[in-house]
Write a protein that binds this ligand. Structure first.
Ligand code: HEC
Length: 181
């Protein structure tokens, strides 16, 4: 899905450059990459669901803060170790009832503990993997928490990518891994 969009953008850029009559090889290459970079700040990683590794329902526009944009292209969570973000993440963990299933300190309750380093879904040891699990849930009792997925009747209900990264930054304060390794 995402690949198609990029192909389209690249095709449009090519058409634009050809129309200007500046279609010599070197110019086209530089012009295309500069335009694409300016448009979105880089290429989105292939995010996949934890259920069956199909593409995650998420759009590049949803990564709408500097930290979220960085994560979108690198998979690194810039909020790791950021006290303010961690504090907000802790509040969101309560607000979205994560505490009810995972415990007040993510130590585990009816749901599993989230401290790691061993996870049921091994990819949750990375921040990209944990992001995917929180965003789209699992088949084993963990509901999707991503914006628009939590409640189909309300697209604004649910965590934004930026908020999800803050929640993860807080979860990581309890563990031995930062998830960015
Ligand atoms: C209704 C209970 C419930 C709520 C609320 C809930 N979870 Fe879960 N969560 C679970 C269960 C049950 C699992 C185990 C899923 C499985 O085995 O497939 C799980 C699994 C996970 C995992 C994967 C753990 C692993 O070992 O791979 C993460 C990460 C996670 N939850 C984070 C969160 C966060 C963050 C929130 C709040 C935004 C949240 N959960 C809210 C019940 C819940």
């Amino acid at each position: 899905m995402q690949k198609k969009q990029w192909t389209l953008i690249a095709a449009l850029v090519m058409v634009g450059l050809s129309a200007c009559g500046k279609n010599d090889g070197a110019n086209t290459g530089i012009g295309a990459s500069a335009l694409v970079a300016a448009d979105s700040g880089g290429k989105m990683l292939d995010f996949v669901t934890t259920q069956d590794s199909t593409p995650l329902p998420i759009k590049p526009e949803q990564f709408d803060t500097p930290a979220a944009k960085e994560f979108m292209t690198t998979g690194k969570n810039p909020y790791i170790g950021n006290a303010e973000a961690i504090d907000r993440g802790k509040k969101l963990f309560q607000l979205y009832s994560c505490t009810q299933c995972h415990g007040g300190n993510a130590e585990g309750q009816t749901g599993p503990g989230l401290h790691g380093p061993d996870y049921k879904y091994a990819k949750d040891a990375t921040n990209k993997g944990m992001f995917e699990t929180i965003w789209h849930g699992t088949n084993g009792g963990m509901g999707a928490k991503g914006a628009g997925l939590m409640d189909p009747t309300d697209p604004t209900n649910g965590l934004s990518p930026d908020e999800t990264l803050k929640v993860i930054a807080w979860i990581r304060t309890h563990g031995k891994t930062t998830g960015n390794e």
